[in-house]
Design a protein around this ligand. Structure first.
Ligand SMILES: *Cc1c(COP(=O)(O)O)cnc(C)c1O
Length: 374
């Protein structure tokens, strides 16, 4: 056994960065111009580059995805109750609490881990104003059905698309769905600007309102139109994003090669299964979740410990369920009996390491551990 690889830690994810020398001219330009933030030249160029890359009409950049989520809810004046998923990262539902909105949890689907669209209608009350689904692991939500429900009941539809950068279904970007979509460019995501985020929207008037809201509500030097926040992306982040966008295609291709390697090997391991690949989806390889079944020799948590002992970081994404956190578990819809699929998934799931420069030898080592169970 190679003692060196024994001692070396393998991370769940490792941020993708472009060659440093290619970033230096951008830095030089920032130092020279002293334009550090407030919608400088890189901010403008990055918005334009993202619009083009993602094939969407309007992009509003943010300092991070959480501020973008909070602002997206403000932009559409969402109040009362919002229907959402318990199987996500804490920021999704925290954004509701920051707006004084009550989350109403609906169970997820087994195949995608996304909000089960067929259970949404039963959760609607007179106070429901919006649906906030998540394209979990980049798996597309049932966009058409959700839009139909939103239209029928006069509700807004806001997607947490933090996992869905570059994902399309039948050639159409997932970001075309709903009223708004929110992206995260956090270091751990498929596309990063250290920290960062964006709202994608479909009309210029709404973009205007969002741009005011992320800049304290300032419409001009003396006019403040809303109690906005400081959500602005700075020039350093925007410059990095501009450079990263040139590399994201190859970063995604490298992730998908790892995805294929895992998928092939895991097909032969009894007791472990992958989530199904969905017809017509162009994925981004952001996550590699596996489900540990009752017929596998170890429990999910025992397997988690085996990986830890081997210095390989794996994550129980998403465990614990958001609905089980202390600030949510008092809500009637948060009870595990209301969320049986999410509860089971949270007990079975393990996300394996995946990132563009993850060595094939480590992928094989992960597979070997899964196959042997130790
Ligand atoms: C990462 C993430 C966020 C938050 O984004 P930040 O940029 O880290 O604030 C929100 N929702 C989901 C589902 C995420 O994975």
């Amino acid at each position: 056994m190679d003692t060196k690889s024994e001692a070396t830690t393998t991370f769940l994810t490792r941020p993708y960065l472009p060659p440093l020398e290619e970033f230096l001219p951008y830095l030089a330009q920032i130092w020279e111009s002293r334009r550090l933030t407030n919608g400088g030249p890189f901010h403008q160029q990055f918005e334009e580059a993202l619009r083009e890359y993602l094939g969407v009409p309007h992009v509003c950049l943010f300092a991070n995805g959480t501020l973008a989520l909070i602002t997206a809810l403000q932009a559409l004046r969402i109040t009362g109750e919002v229907i959402t998923t318990p199987y996500t990262f804490a920021a999704t539902t925290h954004a509701l609490l920051w707006n004084g909105i009550k989350p109403v949890f609906v169970d997820i689907r087994r195949d995608t881990c996304n909000l089960d669209e067929e259970q949404v209608e039963a959760a609607i009350s007179p106070r429901t104003t919006a649906i906030l689904p998540v394209h979990c692991y980049g798996n597309p939500c049932a966009g058409e059905r959700l839009q139909q429900i939103a239209d029928t009941y006069g509700m807004k539809l806001i997607y947490d698309a933090a996992h869905a950068f570059g994902v399309s279904l039948a050639g159409r970007s997932l970001l075309a769905l709903g009223d708004l979509s929110v992206l995260s460019f956090h270091a751990t995501k498929v596309f990063n600007t250290f920290e960062g985020g964006a709202i994608v929207c479909h009309d210029a008037k709404l973009k205007q309102r969002i741009d005011y809201l992320k800049n304290f509500g300032f419409a001009d030097e003396v006019t403040v139109v809303a109690p906005g926040i400081n959500g602005k992306m700075n020039e350093f982040q925007a410059a990095l994003g501009l450079l990263q966008i040139r590399y994201v295609h190859q970063a995604i291709a490298a992730r998908l090669a790892i995805d294929r390697r895992y998928r092939q090997a895991i097909a032969d391991i009894p007791g472990i299964r992958c989530l199904p690949q969905i017809d017509g989806v162009t994925p981004n390889g952001g996550y590699f979740p596996i489900l540990i079944g009752a017929d596998y020799p170890l429990s999910r948590d025992q397997l988690y410990d085996v990986f830890r002992r081997n210095h390989i970081h794996v994550r129980r994404y998403f465990y614990p369920l958001i609905s089980n956190l202390p600030m949510y578990r008092g809500i009637a819809s948060a009870t595990p009996a209301n969320l049986p699929v999410a509860t089971r998934m949270a007990a079975q799931v393990l996300c394996l390491p995946t990132y563009p420069d993850l060595a094939a030898s480590i992928v094989d080592r992960v597979i070997d551990i899964l196959a042997r169970g130790h």
